[in-house]
Design a protein around this ligand. Structure first.
Ligand SMILES: [Zn+2]
Length: 453
């Protein structure tokens, strides 16, 4: 539908500069709401960001990809420099209608959806396939792309899972949601990609075969590394067709996340997504450069990350929670008419911190996911198996455990507990700062450790 105009000049729409915090604020304390009001004024007064997009237009990612097998470098992701590539203007979206009004504003009849060389008629479902390129072994690697094109017009919502190949919960969420959707009762379209990183998935690995993290290379580059080329193909051939995106992840490296949404709450359409997802903890987080969430939002496609559970397992409760949340979103956007809406609101956390091990040893947790903690509470212990020396990890803030490591052997510096910080624990100036920074966060320790999505 005409929610966005592909090909339009790519500058960030002015309304992005308006803070969207009011609904979340209603649940919070007055002092914080005042801080938000101040932040809102600062944002409204700030100049619109300069044009953020550059590059050669009109190159189709699929055909632009030519790679010899020698490009599959053996390089560790920890040392990989982040390649920052701006979004090609040909694929940038300029939102013209707020996402919340997309179905109501849609008029006329539904149109066939053209994707990946196929045409999906209104009121039908198709299974297509995306092939990035003949990467690594010279053998084409394709992955399913499920499409439900509704009988009536509306926005195109995209669901992506397993951008990290060992994150399984999202794969099952996409399957459940897509196969439950009745095309004749849908307004708009839903595109679901259960396994984006099919090469990582086959090997049970977070990474691509060259140890690069695909979610550090979006929107990609047709002339870059293997990861950048895959990212470019996926971004231009699939993501560019989306009006909104939910990217599904889990914790990484033997860590599990409480079901939660990571979202940049400075963007009104992103707030619409978070509000539609029902009973989910929301963590305000500016997307880090190179993530799919970052590149999509930057191209005018509001995006959030849905985190649930840990890697390498299929967790029934987390899958159910996530699938229900996405179904609630589809209902909330008006794309499917059902009476049932789900969810008491969960807290919004504007800040969080990781509590790291100071000593190596065997970590045992004293809290569980979702536990409420007070400042100074014992979170877990680390015992040196040789010396029997024991150290304690205590919470530096009052808040809630929104992510944590499974019990395991840890090294000093290992990030063990992720605490969502209660609003009244954070100084007002810091909250304003969190909401007014215009630059995306630079890669941090969390990013390198794989704790960013
Ligand atoms: Zn992930």
């Amino acid at each position: 539908m005409q929610l966005h105009r592909p090909g339009a000049p790519a500058s960030r729409p002015e309304r992005d500069a308006v803070t969207p915090m009011k609904p979340a604020c209603q649940q919070l304390r007055n002092a914080f709401c005042r801080a938000l009001a101040t932040a809102s004024l600062l944002l409204a007064a700030a100049p619109v960001l300069p044009g953020e997009v550059s590059g050669e237009p009109g190159v189709d990612g699929g055909e632009a990809l030519e790679l010899t097998s020698g490009a599959a470098e053996s390089r560790s992701v920890e040392s990989a420099a982040v390649e920052v590539v701006e979004v090609d203007p040909a694929y940038a979206h300029v939102p013209t209608i707020p996402l919340a009004d997309a179905v109501a504003a849609a008029d006329g009849v539904a149109e066939p959806l053209e994707l990946l060389g196929s045409i999906v008629p209104p009121g039908s479902a198709r299974r297509l396939s995306w092939t990035a390129t003949e990467l690594f072994e010279g053998v084409p690697v394709s992955t399913p792309v499920l499409v439900v094109n509704g009988a009536t017009p509306g926005p195109t919502l995209c669901l992506t899972a397993a951008v990290h190949g060992d994150e399984l919960n999202g794969i099952e969420m996409v399957r459940r949601v897509m196969h439950e959707l009745p095309p004749l009762k849908v307004s708009g379209a839903v595109i679901g990609v259960p396994i984006v990183n099919v090469q990582g998935f086959r090997r049970g690995s977070r990474y691509l075969p060259d140890r690069r993290d695909l979610n550090r290379y979006f929107p990609g580059n047709p002339n870059g590394s293997a990861a950048a080329r895959i990212a470019y193909s996926f971004f231009t051939r699939v993501i560019a067709h989306c009006d909104a995106l939910v990217d599904l992840h889990t914790g990484s490296f033997e860590r599990a996340n409480l079901p939660q949404i990571r979202a940049d709450l400075r963007n009104p359409d992103v707030v619409t997504l978070t509000q539609g997802l029902g009973s989910m903890v929301i963590l305000h987080s500016k997307p880090t450069v190179g993530t799919l969430r970052y590149a999509a939002t930057r191209a005018g496609i509001p995006a959030v990350t849905l985190e649930a559970g840990g890697p390498s397992q299929l967790e029934p409760n987390e899958v159910k929670h996530g699938a229900r949340s996405i179904e609630t979103l589809i209902n909330s956007l008006g794309m499917v008419r059902r009476v049932r809406l789900w969810g008491d609101p969960e807290p919004v956390y504007y800040r969080s911190t990781w509590v790291r091990a100071d000593n190596g040893g065997i970590l045992f947790a004293d809290v569980s996911l979702g536990s409420t903690v007070r400042k100074g509470d014992l979170l877990g212990t680390i015992t040196d198996p040789m010396s029997n020396a024991r150290s304690e990890l205590r919470s530096p803030y009052s808040g809630r455990i929104i992510g944590m490591a499974r019990n395991q052997v840890v090294m000093p510096g290992f990030a063990a507990f992720h605490v969502g910080i209660e609003t009244d624990e954070a100084p007002v100036e810091e909250l304003i700062e969190a909401l007014t920074e215009t630059e995306p966060p630079r890669p941090s320790d969390d990013y390198v450790d794989g704790m960013s999505e």
